[in-house]
Each structure stands twice: as structure tokens, then as C-alpha cells.
Write a protein that binds this ligand. Structure first.
Ligand SMILES: [Zn+2]
Length: 320
């Protein structure tokens, strides 16, 4: 993390400081307000604050620790995992369980929690690779009365299935219904799940790279055709992989993923995507009408049922 602070300092020193930037702060009250405004503006806000530190005679240690925490919250996953952690995203999870596919207490995650996960770390080998190139034959969303919590990608038995991000294999077992299943935990806190394999090539504890073979495609478990059931979870809660992966071009759609926990699910909020803050009386049908989308889309994007009762003030996704 120190590296990042130093990096920002160097960046700032090297940049010509414009008069307008320097004119932003002068008095201590103004400065506090300035920090307040910039602390939650992401990377640019942090650079603005560090930039303005040059104008102070003394720098408050509380401010430095606040800054440190903010920077940590953006970059925790990659840096800490590489420098301090034995296992990926250790600080985010209460346990490392190789026996159960979902060993986490999802109720521990408070509603309205927001998580910002970097998907790509420039300068580090943290790229993304689709597990198998193929057609999506069944998306994330409701299948009648049951929620399908991953995407199904068509493949032929024996096709290689590879790991999406760098990480460590947490689970490799025959899971009821899902057949031979591999789960990998990644440094950004995500877990990826690969099911219905015909053969597994890794074991729990194995370090894996993006693009590394983890098994062969198949139809083990409950399936009607050979495919890969590919799921993405954060702290035990699945969300739509297509929200940030472009399976047509086999690339990521964004470099940073923001997730928000609502009372019903974990919802990804992405650049240019409309969200709605729930008001008293809002229903799935009324929101579908208001935003000119289908009720099914609202249900699938947010993992809610048609008759969902919303909690006022929560935000939900209402656009493609
Ligand atoms: Zn599936």
C-alpha cells in the first residue's frame, strides 16, 4: 500500500500543479470540507486530496490514516493477498473450507454494504480468461420457480475448462446435482465455480493462473446436455456473470466491479447502468412500466420474485 501512496505522490510531483488545483484549499475548515467531498470520489478524489497535502504546513495523522484506509478499500485484494496473505482475500472471508461449496454465513453481510472489486490490476498478472469459449445456452435468472444462479456455456465432453482469474482452488468434489465441481477463490474476493465436469485436473490448495486448465467439460450431475455451469459468487452470494463479462467477445466489460447488498441479493452496479431508489409502493410491475423494461428483466437483474416486497430506500437495477 505504501507503494501506492508513493506512486500517487510521484505522479502528483511529476504533474505540473495547475493554479486552479492549488487554489482549491487554503483554510483548515475549507480543507476538511474538501477532504469530505473528495474522500468518496474514488481514485480521482484521492489524487485531489494527496495533491492538496502539499499546501499544508502540517499533515494530520488521522487524515493520513483515513486516506490509507480508503486506498486500502480500493486495492486491498491484490496487494494484501500478494504481500501478506497465504490465501486469496483472506481478510474478507471468515474461513477456508474445502468440504462445502458454500460455507459462508451470508446473513453476516449487512444490507446496503457496497464493495468495489478491481477485476484487472494494471502492472500485475491478474488478467481474465473465459472458462470455455461457447454459446450461453441458459442465462442467470429465474427458471420457473427456481433461480438459476450461473450461466450455462455449451461445450463438448472433454473440452478444456480453464480458470478465469488468478487464485487458489478451494473445493474440488462431486457435488450433489452439480457433478464434478471446482471452486477457485481469487485475490479480488470473487469465487468462480465450474460444474458438470467430466474430469478435474486440480486439487484444493493448488495455485492457479488465468487460463490454466482446471478440468474437462462434461455432463456429470443433473444435466440434459453437456455444458459448463459457471457461477460467480462474492462471499457466498451469486450474481449475474453476464453483468460484467462479455461472453460474445470473451472479455471483461469493466475493470472495476461495484456490488451492493440489498435485502434480497447482491446486485452489481456498473457504469452507465440506471438504478432506482425504492419508494413506498414500488412494485416489480410498476418499475417495469416506469423504466420501459420487462418485469422478467427486473426479476432477473435483481434476483427478485414478481411479488417481491421492497424495502424503501434500497437501490435496484433497472436498465441493461
Ligand atoms: Zn447451470
Amino acid at each position: 500500500m505504501r507503494f501506492l501512496i508513493v506512486h500517487i505522490f510521484i505522479l502528483v510531483i511529476c504533474l505540473p500543479l495547475s493554479a486552479s488545483t492549488l487554489g482549491k484549499v487554503n483554510k483548515s475548515a475549507d480543507f476538511n470540507q474538501f477532504v469530505e467531498q473528495n474522500l468518496n470520489k474514488g481514485y480521482t478524489g484521492l489524487v485531489n486530496i494527496v495533491d492538496s497535502l502539499f499546501e499544508l504546513n502540517t499533515v494530520d495523522s488521522k487524515l493520513l490514516s483515513d486516506l490509507q484506509n480508503k486506498i486500502d478499500s480500493f486495492y486491498t485484494f491484490f496487494y494484501h493477498s500478494k504481500i501478506n496473505e497465504k490465501l486469496p482475500a483472506e481478510g474478507l472471508y471468515e474461513n477456508w473450507n474445502t468440504k462445502f461449496s458454500q460455507p459462508y454465513d451470508v446473513n453476516k453481510m449487512p444490507h446496503d454494504s457496497t464493495f468495489v472489486l478491481p477485476l484487472v490490476e494494471k502492472g500485475w498478472m491478474c488478467n481474465f480468461v473465459v472458462p470455455v469459449k461457447g454459446e450461453i445456452i441458459s442465462p442467470y435468472g429465474w427458471r420457473g420457480n427456481r433461480m438459476h444462479r450461473g450461466v450455462d456455456i455449451k461445450l463438448n465432453i472433454g473440452d478444456p475448462v480453464v480458470c478465469s482469474f488468478k487464485g487458489v482452488v478451494r473445493y474440488a468434489k462431486d457435488a450433489p446435482g452439480f457433478g464434478l465441481t471446482v471452486i477457485v477463490r481469487h485475490h479480488n474476493g470473487l469465487e468462480t465455480i465450474y460444474s458438470h465436469l467430466s474430469k478435474m485436473s486440480v486439487e484444493p490448495g493448488d495455485f492457479v493462473e488465468p487460463g490454466q486448465l482446471i478440468g474437462l467439460g462434461g455432463n456429470s450431475g443433473r444435466t440434459t446436455t453437456s455444458h459448463l455451469h459457471y457461477e460467480i459468487r462474492f462471499k457466498g452470494i451469486a450474481f449475474d456473470p453476464q453483468s460484467f463479462i462479455d461472453f460474445k467477445n470473451n472479455t471483461l466489460r469493466f475493470e472495476i466491479l461495484q456490488l451492493q447488498k440489498s435485502s434480497f441479493a447482491l446486485v452489481p452496479f456498473l457504469p452507465n447502468q440506471k438504478v432506482h431508489k425504492i419508494k413506498n409502493g414500488d412494485t416489480v410491475e410498476s418499475l417495469a412500466k416506469q423504466y420501459n423494461v420487462s418485469a422478467t428483466q427486473i426479476c432477473n437483474w435483481n434476483a427478485v420474485r414478481r411479488d417481491q416486497t421492497f424495502v424503501t430506500g434500497e437501490v435496484i437495477r433497472v436498465s441493461e
